[in-house]
Design a protein around this ligand. Sequence first.
Ligand SMILES: Nc1ncnc2c1ncn2[C@@H]1O[C@H](COP(=O)(O)OP(=O)(O)OP(=O)(O)O)[C@@H](O)[C@H]1O
Length: 367
Amino acid sequence: MEWRRGQTLGHGSSATVSLATFPHSDDVLAVKSSELSRSESLQREQRLLSSLCSPYIVSYKGCDITTEQNKLFYNLFLEYMPFGTLLQALRRHGGRLDVSVVAGYTRQILQGIHYLHSNGLVHCDIKSTNILVGENGAKVSDFGCAKRVFDTAAPISGTPMFMAPEVARGEEQGYACDIWALGCTVIEMASGVSPWRNVADPFSVLHRIAYSGEVPEIPGFLSEEAKDFLRKCLRRNPRERWTASQLLKHPFVGELNSKSQAKEIQESNSSSPTSILEQGFWNSVEESEIHGKLIRTRSGNLGGDDRIRGLAEFSGEPGWKWNDDDGENWITSRGNNDEVRDAQSSGQPPPTDSEDSDYQPRADHIP
Ligand SMILES: Nc1ncnc2c1ncn2[C@@H]1O[C@H](COP(=O)(O)OP(=O)(O)OP(=O)(O)O)[C@@H](O)[C@H]1O
């Protein structure tokens, strides 16, 4: 099927995401692209996403390969989420969301996590920039770090600020790490600040998470229900952390609340621009995120501080920025320096439809 690349919606470490429009229909999709030679991670994401089907997971819509500016690009088509990331939703609402909206989003993210866990998958990188918002609320996206729970050979990956203690120590990365990261995301949604404050660099945050015995500070203004929910998510021992199915029955996100929460979410989004013509607005919001987002770390078999220092140093490659005021100043780091540089350069956007001269889409798999 013929399609055209439209405006850029966002940049990740491994790919650029643009709008995809279709000449003979009003359909609009998001297309996540990277150079074919560097698309291993995107193709892995495609294999995983194409096996999933849930209203709480951003839907897979197909894939293809195009030639643009004499380069081959691998393209993964996704359901378009018009309100962008949860972090952007947060910024639009002045940095924090009403508790009832937080509860509604939390329930939806939890349903996405529950679906993944029921299918033997761990997301490994739950955080506000990997949750996308549409007309009906939040969906889980970005499966670049996801893995089968029994895949013990898979490297540790994720974003240090959201890493669970057992992950920071390099012991295990099972279902419970997504629950810890959900707790961190809820704190971010409710308070507008990073889950860990006063940390100078990635080594400090990883060390603190791994060995301090502390948990992120639970905002005092939250209701008792919300605080209790967070305490169940943020237990340092992964065996004591509640599971997604237990948490779905917690009163903070309970079924009884879900109708009013859905209404709150719709109202909260109704003041936001939805038209794709207003993408300039989104792009300007996105700009503030481009300088970096997450650290994605892959650890070797070092122990204790050496291993943590290794993780932190991977995160310190060119482009790394740490800014405690904005926990979103992260870059992705994978494996070794070459891979880091490759990942950064593959993030270069392919040309948009107005820029490319030899644009030849070849949509083999678009439905
Ligand atoms: N389906 C979508 N609809 C709308 N915008 C999207 C969609 N998918 C991604 N985006 C935008 O593109 C950005 C980058 O996407 P994504 O996080 O999937 O890329 P990535 O390369 O995997 O990033 P990361 O560095 O987190 O691994 C998102 O933060 C979001 O702003």
